[in-house]
Design a protein around this ligand. Structure first.
Ligand SMILES: [Zn+2]
Length: 355
């Protein structure tokens, strides 16, 4: 191992760690390895959910034991240099039988397991981070994707699209898991879900593995029937108020959008004084519509700067003052079509800029 290789690793680790710390406010080895591309996010999620194929997370970390050890060393040195505070985290998952502790290493010594449990955070945030990271996650119920399988306790057949939970790496039907009294509430109605969950003393999140997207996706909740009824009642009672609040928010948004469009039309005219006012308005509305609801203050600010205005005006001229759309329709490639109309666009722009 040469010095330069060691330096390189040190630098990679430090950069990845900084990025995660900035994003999450704290960092642990698993987040670091994920950032470095050594651990797939899907594998990490499967392990945290107790998936039987990901019991030993170590097997999912795609890097040799020596390099792993050195990387952890670099990580700990980096944390020391940054004066971060260690936060011990126990990885747990909630199962019908109670809280289960998850291990990263299958049989390595407690020393290495401890290294995996040590997260780092700035001193003033350490207590809050410790509370957040040590909170056990939701009880998770899986919607079955594959066709075969039996409950590990009663032997009942587990059907495709049916629900099951995992306990100690083994599938369990909802009856054995004592969850069969719960009712399914599909995701979608946020207020109803939030309330039903609050009222339900026992609740679980239902997820389903998407093979195309390679990740678990939330399908809804399992809650008690009483809780669901109570939540539905509450939602009916204050539905008018909530509808009103939604309408108020929509009005505020559209007023904001309106001001934004006006400011944008003014900015277009300032830069292109000979552009017809109606067209400036059209350009501004188009840009505003495209970014409506999604632009933050900074994005809106950027849209008012010259480079963004030029792009918006060019796109407008291309579609309304040249044969660009016709060329595309007749099968001319986009690059070729753009080249053909470039001079024409420039002529319009120069005229509008009065140069
Ligand atoms: Zn069973």
């Amino acid at each position: 191992m040469t010095q330069s290789l060691q330096d390189k690793l040190q630098q990679r680790v430090a950069e990845a760690a900084e990025a995660v710390l900035k994003r999450d406010g704290s960092i642990g080895p698993l987040e670091l390895f994920q950032q470095l591309g050594w651990l797939h996010a899907g594998h990490l999620a499967a392990w945290r959910r107790g998936d039987e194929h990901h019991r030993a997370l170590m097997d999912s970390i795609h890097i040799g034991p020596n390099k792993l050890q050195r990387a952890i060393g670099c990580f700990q040195e980096w944390a020391k240099r940054r004066s971060l505070h260690p936060v011990e985290v126990t990885y747990t998952r909630r199962t019908p039988a109670g809280i289960e502790t998850l291990r990263v290493t299958a049989e390595a010594g407690p020393e290495q397991e401890k290294a995996f449990q040590t997260h780092y955070a700035p001193g003033e945030k350490a207590a809050r981070v410790a509370a957040r990271l040590n909170r056990p996650p939701d009880l998770v119920v899986f919607q079955k994707v594959s066709e075969e399988g039996r409950c590990s306790e009663c032997g009942a057949e587990l059907l495709q699209d049916g629900l099951l939970t995992m306990e100690k790496g083994q599938p369990l039907c909802l009856t054995c898991a004592d969850l069969d009294e719960l009712v399914f509430l599909p995701a979608g109605d946020t207020a109803l879900s939030r309330r039903a969950r609050k009222h339900s003393s026992l609740a679980a999140v239902v997820v389903r593995f998407s093979r195309t997207r390679k990740r678990y996706e939330r399908q809804g909740l399992l809650v008690s029937e009483d809780a669901l009824l109570k939540a539905e009642q509450e939602c009916t009672e204050d539905a008018p108020q909530r509808a009103q609040a939604r309408a108020r928010a929509a009005i505020a948004r559209s007023a904001e959008d309106g001001l934004f469009v006006e400011a944008l039309a003014d900015a277009v005219l300032k830069r292109y004084p000979a552009c017809p006012a109606a067209e400036a308005r059209q350009i501004a509305e188009h840009t505003g519509r495209r970014s409506s609801g999604r632009v933050g203050r900074s994005a809106a600010g950027r849209a008012l700067e010259n480079p963004a205005i030029d792009l918006a005006v060019i796109a407008h001229v291309r579609h309304t003052h040249t044969n660009y759309d016709g060329l595309l329709m007749s099968g001319t490639g986009r690059i070729e079509a753009r080249a053909q109309v470039r001079e024409e666009i420039d002529r319009v722009l120069r005229r509008w800029m009065r140069v």
